[in-house]
Design a protein around this ligand. Structure first.
Ligand SMILES: Nc1ncnc2c1ncn2[C@@H]1O[C@H](COP(=O)(O)OP(=O)(O)OP(=O)(O)O)[C@@H](O)[C@H]1O
Ligand SMILES: [Mg+2]
Length: 277
């Protein structure tokens, strides 16, 4: 098997890790062998799914003097049940702005162990890096992206930049990088989101309301999938994730491309917001 690969993009704090961890559990629920890769220096992906810890890949590489072969996948991944594993990439020793190097190291490591062949699905929970070049190593290698956003102009602005960067990255590929769709998370007033979707022709995958029950899950290393007898509104959220996982497993998707907006236009989507100077 060779994994299908999907990157989860969005501004800091919009719910990428919430989405990535739930999607991981949705695949697992469907019996799809899944690896979720935390691509964020603060390492919140593994923590959202398990109380168990592992040093991140970059720490292993540093301590072995970049001896890729000596680092067994079991040393960097934590099993999250029979069908899912999670791992963290960690931080670049060169600090800010060098996350591209971390991504390159990660893919080098994956290929040195044929790691992508061990899974059917790999999900990348991606750091908030809105500058085109930083995520280029990722965009050259993943098949699809899902955007997560709130309705705030800031989160739509960052999403728009990230989708543009993904599209530019995708131009270098022989096959097009597929934008599967966008998720409106912690939704209160969907107006700006709806306008964004309309203007860009993005596919709206799912809207998750702002629910206090969801805010606490991460601290307990839990997703809705581990909770028993959910109330109906949470059952609906869970079903939404299973549907998206199912869709990602289906025939190659053709929902592409978006017409990304100019920066200034995004700010105009939300009422009463001034342009940044
Ligand atoms: N729909 C929601 N309703 C209420 N709270 C939510 C919802 N989605 C996420 N949260 C909470 O909001 C916080 C931020 O979510 P999360 O950590 O998933 O975002 P993130 O995009 O991964 O952030 P970061 O960029 O900092 O990694 C978390 O405490 C999470 O539990
Ligand atoms: Mg996160």
């Amino acid at each position: 098997m060779t994994a299908r690969t999907t990157a989860i993009l969005g501004k800091g704090g919009v719910g990428k890790t919430f989405f990535a961890s739930h999607l991981t559990m949705a695949f697992s629920y469907l019996g799809v062998k899944t690896l979720v890769v935390g691509c964020d220096q603060k390492q919140d992906t593994l923590r959202a799914l398990s109380a168990e810890t592992r040093p991140p890949l970059m720490d292993w590489l540093d301590s072995t003097d970049y001896d890729y072969a000596s680092i067994a996948p079991e040393q960097v991944t934590v099993p999250i049940g029979p069908y899912a594993d999670a791992m963290e990439l960690g931080a670049s020793p060169l600090l800010v702005g060098h996350y591209a190097a971390v991504l390159d190291e990660a893919f080098h490591y994956f290929s040195s162990h044929n790691l992508l062949d061990r899974y059917e699905q790999v999900i990348f929970d991606v750091t908030d890096e809105r500058w085109d070049s930083v995520l280029a190593p990722l965009f050259r290698r993943v098949e699809s992206v899902v955007g997560v956003t709130a309705e705030t102009p800031e989160s739509l602005f960052v999403l728009n930049r990230l989708l543009r960067a993904a599209q530019i990255g995708g131009y270098e590929l022989e096959y097009p990088l597929v934008l599967v769709g966008v998720v409106n998370n912690a939704s209160r007033d969907p107006l700006a989101f709806e306008r964004y979707v309309e203007r860009t022709q993005c596919f709206p995958l799912m809207t998750v309301p702002d629910l206090p029950e969801l805010a606490g899950l991460k601290a307990f290393h839990r997703t809705l999938f581990e909770l028993k007898s959910l109330p109906q509104h949470l059952e609906q959220v869970l079903d939404g994730f299973v549907k998206i996982a199912d869709m990602l497993r289906g025939e190659p998707l053709n929902i592409f491309p978006v017409s990304s907006l100019d920066d200034e236009e995004v700010w105009k989507l939300a009422p009463a917001v001034n342009l940044p100077s």
